[in-house]
Design a protein. Structure first.
Length: 509
């Protein structure tokens, strides 16, 4: 299938692909039943992103010109000519907006499989290293019950009324003090706090404020899937930036900025998810220099600085920000209760009012009851006790995973022990990709997060994330031993990976 792409054309690349395939069908060069390249194959051949080819294929599928056959590939349908003529006739008849044309939603869709692997009842039987979140077994239910019962016994009107879009003021003031203690300038006119319904809501608000349609952001790769999912859902262009042991490659980033390819950068500088890497001081300074030189906004995802197991966590990047380039996002979802959905932004004061107004336009305010519940939990000292208790348990599980990997990991694999967070990144031999390995690991009753879930284009690579926070100590030892055995088998016999690849190739082709 010979296609020619003009990247300088005003016509979108996906539309060029779609139209050329339609023309090949009409010319008889792609007869009914012909097999065409997979999304991955065609993307590589044309030198374009898989998302672009996928969008073209989605259009063609909606027009009944191609079809995907499970486990086999993508083919021209048995009657593509009829579909093409029908589509042309419909466009002519309804081009003036007349009734009769059913709404086509496919151009507005994105591939939903990007948002997670398929789940089945059997998944409950797996040793699950996929969840980088607090363990519900450690939730302080009794303390929560005491605090909430007292609040409901003496209810206040504002618990259930619409409140200030900035957030519950006592909690806002507490966060202002905490950010000041971490080194952030919180004097009047410097920075302000806005409480949001978690990290993703904060990111959504910020992106809507700082980006224009068509602009791109730079993101470390691999990166947190929740962050990537927000960008994909909002159809924000992503420019990946590689990492090394010091964090984001800021020299590479500066090249992107100099060429005008990005309009903002998103970084997870402390206990990066999924790699566990903490950005070095030199890289932090260089990143801020780039921001100052090119007037570049930085969004800092400071998700888990309190999840520190040894040493001293560096202050947030925002604490080094003297020019007002950094927008800081924090969250209670990882250190307390994910279901509270409480996060916050620390933003330059000059954009605080527009951000509050934007928030008011979208959701007015978040739950005052939940914010006041959290504040009560904090001021009574329960939160600090809970964090100390859970950190001991998470550190124990981290140590068990590290010890198990050191004991069983075959040669050719490596990892960096994280000093905080919920996960570590396992580097595999170059010939072992994570998705085929996952197919084999699940047969051995072990589940992990494959690399493609942490990549903007969902391309696979020789790495995977292992999360320990929600896995029992016994299961950590058993699961790591089983996983290492599967990896060793694949090193000894690479042909095994072909069988593992079959389980996921239809979803991630």
């Amino acid at each position: 299938m010979d296609l020619r792409i003009d990247k300088d054309s005003e016509q979108p690349i996906y539309e060029q692909i779609r139209r050329q395939i339609v023309q090949l069908v009409r010319d008889g060069l792609l007869p009914p039943g012909s097999k065409i390249p997979s999304v991955r194959q065609l993307a590589l051949k044309l030198g374009v992103g898989k998302n672009t080819v996928s969008q073209a294929y989605d259009e063609l599928s909606a027009e009944s010109i191609i079809e995907t056959r499970h486990g086999s590939g993508t083919y021209i349908t048995d009657s593509p000519g009829i579909a093409i003529e029908h589509n042309l006739r419909s466009q002519k008849e309804n081009g003036n907006g007349e009734a009769g044309q059913k709404m086509r939603w496919d151009p507005y869709n994105f591939r939903s499989e990007f948002f997670g692997l398929p789940r089945s009842p059997r998944d409950e039987e797996l040793i699950d290293f996929t969840q980088a979140s607090p363990d519900p077994e450690l939730f302080p239910f009794e303390r929560i019950k005491q605090v909430s019962a007292n609040m409901l016994w003496y209810p206040k009107e504002f618990f259930f009324d619409r409140g200030n879009a900035q957030g519950y003021q006592p909690l806002v003031e507490h966060l202002e003090k905490q950010m000041a203690l971490s080194g952030v300038a919180m004097a009047e006119g410097e920075n302000d706090i806005i409480i949001t319904a978690g990290f993703r809501r904060a990111l959504d608000l910020i992106l809507g404020f700082i980006l224009q349609p068509g602009q791109k952001v730079a993101v470390e790769v691999p990166s947190y899937s929740g962050l990537l999912n927000v960008l994909i859902a909002k159809r924000v262009g992503i420019e990946p930036v590689p990492m090394d042991s010091e964090g984001m490659d800021t020299a590479y980033l500066e090249g992107l900025v100099r060429r005008g390819e990005i309009s903002a950068v998103i970084t997870i500088p402390t206990y990066h998810n999924p790699t566990g890497i903490t950005m070095s001081q030199a890289r932090r300074e260089h990143l801020l220099e780039i921001a100052a030189r090119y007037n570049l906004p930085i969004i800092e995802d400071d998700w888990g600085r309190e999840l520190r197991y040894e040493g001293v966590a560096p202050p947030p990047l925002k604490a080094m920000d003297t020019g007002g380039h950094v927008i800081h996002i924090g969250t209670y979802s990882k250190v307390f209760l994910p279901g509270l959905r409480i996060g916050w932004m620390t933003i330059p004061s000059e954009i605080a009012v527009p951000q509050v107004r934007a928030k008011m336009g979208l959701d007015s305010s978040d739950s005052y009851f939940l914010q006041s519940l959290l504040h009560e939990f904090i001021i009574k000292g329960h939160f600090a006790k809970h964090v100390r208790k859970t950190l001991k348990e998470y550190k124990k599980r981290r140590n068990l995973m590290v010890d198990a990997l050191n004991a069983h990991l075959p040669p050719g694999c490596s990892f960096v022990e994280p000093h905080g967070g919920f996960s570590l990144w396992l580097n595999l031999p170059e010939n072992i990709q994570s998705l085929p390995l996952l197919g084999l690991a699940r047969k051995a009753d072990v589940d992990f997060t494959p690399a493609n879930m942490m990549m903007p284009e969902r391309n696979d690579m020789n790495g995977l994330r292992l999360s320990f926070s929600r896995v029992s100590p016994d299961d950590i030892e058993e699961g790591i031993k089983a996983l290492c055995s599967v990896i060793k088998d694949c090193i000894d016999n690479p042909a095994l990976l072909k069988g593992g690849a079959h389980d996921f190739e239809d979803l991630y082709k």
